[in-house]
Design a protein around this ligand. Structure first.
Ligand SMILES: [Zn+2]
Length: 124
């Protein structure tokens, strides 16, 4: 497979993807804020006002749930930011392993894809 230095994708497609990724970052940022607000460990004055409605075990469980969801959101944020960085450097759509092209159809479904299908399959 040919080694690419610059993205093989048309600029209008990349523009559209950039819009989608930017939007996704805004959504994920909002989701992150919502999760922080729902974490019982972050509720202001929880030792006072919250003590009656939520015992410590419940609190810990709620915290754990939030942590799990938060990890998913943060990973997604990272992937999305990495994809935007690749657009900036003109390497969007280039597989990070073999430097070959990632199919446009694949990027339409999963714009954060880092590898081509072949490399992704080898990874698993
Ligand atoms: Zn590859």
């Amino acid at each position: 497979m040919a080694i690419l230095k610059r993205s093989h994708l048309p600029t209008d497609f990349i523009k559209e993807v950039r819009g989608r990724l930017t939007e996704e970052i805004a959504l994920l940022g909002a989701e992150e804020k919502r999760l922080v607000a729902h974490d019982p460990f972050f509720v202001p004055g929880r030792d006072v006002g919250n003590a009656e409605t939520m015992d410590e075990a419940e609190e810990a469980l709620g915290h754990e749930r939030v942590e799990t969801e938060m990890a998913v959101v943060r990973q997604r944020l990272e992937e999305t930011q990495a994809a935007l960085a690749k657009i900036k450097s003109g390497r969007y759509g280039i597989c990070e392993k073999c430097r070959g092209r990632i199919d446009r159809a694949r990027l339409e479904i999963f714009p954060q894809a880092r590898y081509c299908v072949e490399c992704e399959e080898k990874e698993q």
